[in-house]
Design a protein around this ligand. Structure first.
Ligand SMILES: [Zn+2]
Length: 423
């Protein structure tokens, strides 16, 4: 079995070490091939271009590519029902797939043939899974792709899988303490439930479990929970980012600091409204083009917000990293040309512990945008300094509205409330 230092070294394949120019050329070739194929074999893509007055032969530069209207996840539900082959989004007949799953929506998630179809093998290698691991898989196997999708990389890496599925906490504990289970795949919050149950039964997670590595996904992972699980079990826990439509998009390496973008797709950070790419380093919506000829979701807008980090990583992988998922694109508003992102407001407020709750409100009395920051304080703060810090971070100057003692914001108010009307 792999020891700890093996688990932290190496890469799954050479594409992870490509230098920048080489990667850009490979991506462009992949994108060109995808565009030509999709134009001829995916009528839904052709229609998307034609509706925008574009033709495949126009798409000869990255600039032109960035003008292709994005495909929004919420539109898939209706689009997939418009005709055969999932409304022309799919390039093969349904019967030629390996599997067809259904996500809530309901959205059909096709799985084509071929090895490592969902592309998670490099992510699992980066998380430290190695040949010979015995892995407990706690994602679901019915209808949803999660369980089988994340089993695929374990087969590629020659690990053995216990298809436990979700729930049944007592049995999960029983298996993981009775057998040499070295890997866990599932949600970090579920691993905590397993840990708590085990502790309540008198087990010592370090001595009685054998976990060395865990791969988690499907929910926001806090650093606190990561540390807690790593400490409890004496192991490494890494997360991946992807969707049931796209498969793997990005994943953490041993050195953390964000999630390396997978070699199997193109990731753009875009203006959540226009879908156009933003300058490097800015926060925007994650738009993904997986190099998948079976289901060419070209410029698929995930609705998740992030930014790209391009600083070199000590692991040697040369791809940029997504700086975590910073929020949802639906939770933004554009005011005077600037997007307001609640997580950025949260960063400012973190320096003011006296701010008990806050809310950003956008209104437009007489057609003019007005930005207000409502503050509920436990004690007085320097409001001018706070307003300056807000302006520094968000490039917008808010009107402050400090609630008097006795007034309070409801615990569940949205961080950002856009009350503008355009009638
Ligand atoms: Zn790295």
């Amino acid at each position: 079995m792999a020891d700890i230092s093996d688990r932290r070294q190496g890469v799954y394949h050479g594409l992870e070490l490509e230098e920048g120019e080489q990667r850009r050329i490979r991506q462009w070739d992949a994108v060109q091939g995808l565009l030509q194929d999709a134009w001829h074999t995916a009528p839904a893509f052709r229609k998307r271009l034609e509706n925008a007055g574009m033709f495949a032969e126009d798409l000869r530069s990255w600039d032109a590519f960035g003008r292709i209207p994005v495909l929004r996840k919420k539109n898939l539900i209706a689009l997939q029902r418009l005709g055969p082959r999932l409304g022309g989004l799919l390039t093969v007949d349904l019967g030629a797939l390996r599997r067809l799953y259904f996500s809530p929506g309901p959205i059909a998630d096709p799985e084509g043939l071929g090895r490592n179809y969902w592309g998670w093998a490099e992510a699992f290698f980066a998380a430290g899974f190695r040949r010979g691991d015995l892995v407990q898989m706690t994602f679901g196997y019915h209808l949803t792709p999660a369980g089988l999708m994340l089993e695929e990389p374990l087969r590629e890496l020659e690990c053995a899988v216990i298809p436990a599925g979700p729930g049944n906490t007592a049995q999960q504990v029983e298996i993981m303490t009775a057998w040499p289970v070295t890997g866990f795949v599932g949600m970090a919050s579920f691993l905590r439930i397993i840990r708590d149950r085990a502790v309540a039964q008198g087990f010592d997670p370090r001595a009685d479990f054998h976990l060395q590595t865990a791969f988690v996904a499907a929910e926001r992972l806090t650093e606190g929970l990561r540390e807690e699980m790593e400490q409890s079990f004496g192991m490494t826990l890494r997360q991946g980012y992807g969707t049931a439509d796209l498969g793997c998009v990005a994943y953490e390496c041993f050195h953390l600091g964000g999630m390396h973008v997978s070699s199997r797709c193109l990731v753009e950070i875009c203006d959540p409204q226009s879908g156009m790419p933003l300058p490097e380093g800015e926060v925007g919506e994650v738009v993904v083009t997986p190099f998948n000829p079976v289901y060419p979701l070209i410029r698929f807008a995930t609705g998740d917000l992030s930014r790209l980090v391009t600083a070199p990583c000590p692991c040697g992988r040369t791809s940029s990293k997504l700086a975590g998922i910073l929020g949802r694109a639906d939770d933004t508003a554009k005011v005077k040309g600037q997007f307001i992102y609640p997580h950025q407001v949260g960063q400012v407020m973190a320096d003011y512990p006296a701010v008990r709750r806050w809310q950003v409100r956008v209104t437009n009395p007489k057609g003019k945008d007005r930005l207000s920051l409502v503050l509920e304080l436990s004690e007085p703060v320097d409001v001018d300094a706070l307003r300056n810090a807000f302006q520094e971070q968000l490039k917008l100057r808010p009107e402050l509205q400090v609630l008097s003692s006795g007034q309070s914001l409801a615990p569940d108010v949205p961080a950002l409330l856009d009350e503008r009307s355009y009638d």
